[in-house]
Write a protein that binds this ligand. Structure first.
Ligand code: ZN
Length: 191
């Protein structure tokens, strides 16, 4: 961002953060959410946080993988199809089950039993600093809806302020004071 805009950013940040705090003190969650939108608007477009529930869910949802016991290949849950296989007579007598939930490995075509399959949880560890947060919650009607909205609003505000603090850090790092710029220009004539 141009260097002249940084002091403005700091002033605006403090102003809107003040507004968020005062809204929260008055349980004005819609006001706090509006102030957060104002904070976000002062960032350069590269560092602005995106409000997109679908994208946020895609980025943070844990995905399940399975390992084929035959070829040891790891497969995503959506790569395989689960089927109920009719058990051989003797096995059926021993296990007292007629069918067994199984899946075919698309790589080696081996049959895996669900019971003995190793499931691997591909968990997203820190769903923070993605540059994306869900869209803010909307208030409903009635007392229980209001409580639910307040709970969701507090969670959303916490998550979004974390993202915005990170965005502010990025914006500051990209800022080079005017004196430093002149020093760099002295060292490098191409600058
Ligand atoms: Zn396999």
């Amino acid at each position: 961002m141009p260097q002249s805009q940084l002091p403005d950013l700091n002033t605006l940040w403090l102003k809107w953060m003040d507004s968020v705090s005062s809204c929260l003190r008055n349980n004005d969650y819609l006001g706090a959410i509006a102030s957060i939108f104002h904070i976000n608007a002062v960032f350069g477009s590269d560092n602005r946080v995106e409000f997109n529930t679908t994208k946020y869910n895609e980025l943070t949802t844990a995905s399940l993988r399975v390992m084929c016991k035959h070829c040891k290949v790891e497969l995503a849950r959506n790569e395989i199809e689960f089927v109920n296989l009719l058990l051989p007579f003797l096995e059926s007598v021993i296990t007292k089950e007629k069918y067994q939930n199984s899946w075919h490995c698309p790589k080696c075509h081996g049959i895996n039993r669900v019971k003995t399959t190793e499931f691997i949880q591909d968990k997203f560890i820190t769903p923070r600093y993605l540059g994306v947060v869900p869209e803010p919650p909307k208030p409903g009607f009635g007392l229980s809806d209001r409580r639910e909205f307040e709970r969701k609003a507090r969670d959303w505000i916490r998550l979004t302020l974390d993202e915005l603090s990170y965005a502010l850090g990025l914006e500051r790092r990209e800022y080079v004071p005017i004196n430093d710029r002149m020093d760099l220009a002295d060292l490098d004539d191409n600058d």
